[in-house]
Design a protein around this ligand. Structure first.
Ligand SMILES: Nc1ncnc2c1ncn2[C@@H]1O[C@H](COP(=O)(O)OP(=O)(O)O)[C@@H](O)[C@H]1O
Ligand SMILES: [Mg+2]
Length: 311
């Protein structure tokens, strides 16, 4: 009985020892897990901190860039306003200069013609030739000033847009160019033309300059000119094509600049203002103008006019 009781005690003690050991081990594992948890937690905190710093830095840079952009925008706006102002001033200057030059020039022209009509043949040949040169010079200057005046008036004296039947404009152009059509034996035709929103007198100048050029810059063949229009998206695209001398691609852009000419007065007379007027008119109407051509194979001048309600 006593023996069996002591065996029980030994067994119990051993069990107790095993359990204590197991518990110590469990405690150690728990401690290790806790430590690792702490470590990873501090890693997470470090990561969070790094992320916060990055976000701060990013925000600071975005703010800096936004400020820079706003400043650049403001200075750009100022420059655009300044440019517009000086452009207007320049146009006004060109307008006043050409307008005021007309009166004295008219007086000079009148008196020189009077001199020619009264004294022609009564002085020597040299005097007659000089007077003839003066008359021609005055006439050329009058043409230049008239064109310059037309050019400077496009922006400053434009009229509000209205519905314009471009076929009527075409008929008016033919009427205006009657003499040169007859002289050059030209044939000017058109397809069906639309009603567009625009400034009548400016659209007349535009078409008159393009058709006038198409007749003027012809080669050996009598001029054949055709005007057509096609709807493309929200635009009307007009074409004025001829069978004339054509234009080298290297001059495609430059011919639209004011006073830019490719010929001398003797070969083809002109002021070099016509296409500059065309470009301005088209720009004022919100469109574009360009040329497609090949030397010797004719040219096609193309311009677009946005289709929009009249104002
Ligand atoms: N239809 C055309 N065919 C060939 N060349 C042209 C044509 N239209 C214009 N050009 C060229 O473009 C130049 C500029 O034309 P424009 O501004 O009308 O001035 P201008 O007719 O008074 O010379 C012309 O001198 C000519 O060389
Ligand atoms: Mg011209």
């Amino acid at each position: 009985m006593v023996e069996s009781a002591s065996a029980d005690v030994t067994l119990l003690r051993k069990r107790l020892q095993r359990e204590r050991k197991a518990r110590r081990e469990a405690e150690q594992i728990a401690e290790r897990i806790t430590r690792q948890l702490y470590e990873s937690l501090s890693d997470v905190r470090e990561l969070q901190e790094a992320q916060r710093q990055l976000t701060d830095e990013l925000e600071r840079r975005v703010e800096e860039r936004t400020g820079e952009l706003a400043r650049a925008n403001l200075s750009l706006k100022k420059q655009a306003a300044e440019l517009e102002r000086s452009n207007l001033e320049l146009q006004q200057f060109a307008y006043i200069a050409s307008h005021d030059l007309q009166a004295p020039l008219r007086a000079i022209g009148g008196f020189v013609q009077l001199l020619r009509d009264t004294y022609s043949g009564r002085m020597d040949e040299q005097a007659d030739a000089w007077i003839a040169h003066t008359v021609a010079g005055v006439e050329r200057m009058q043409t230049l000033i008239r064109d310059l005046l037309a050019y400077s008036k496009i922006e400053s004296r434009g009229r509000p847009f209205e519905a314009i039947d471009s076929r009527e404009v075409f008929d008016q152009v033919i009427e205006g160019l009657e003499a040169s059509i007859r002289d050059s034996n030209a044939q000017v035709t058109c397809s069906e033309l639309p009603t567009v929103a625009g400034d009548r007198s400016q659209l007349l100048q535009l078409l008159q300059n393009l058709v006038g050029n198409a007749i003027k810059y012809h080669g050996d063949q009598p001029p054949r000119v055709h005007v057509s229009a096609e709807k493309k998206g929200s635009e009307w695209v007009f074409s004025v094509s001829d069978n004339g001398i054509g234009i080298d691609p290297k001059h495609y852009r430059r011919i639209f600049e004011i006073f830019r000419r490719l010929h001398t007065q003797q070969v083809y007379p002109g002021t070099g203002i016509g296409l500059a007027i065309c470009r301005r008119v088209v720009q004022r109407h919100g469109g574009r103008i360009w040329v497609e051509s090949e030397p010797g194979r004719g040219s096609t001048f193309v311009f677009s006019l946005p289709e929009r309600s009249t104002t």
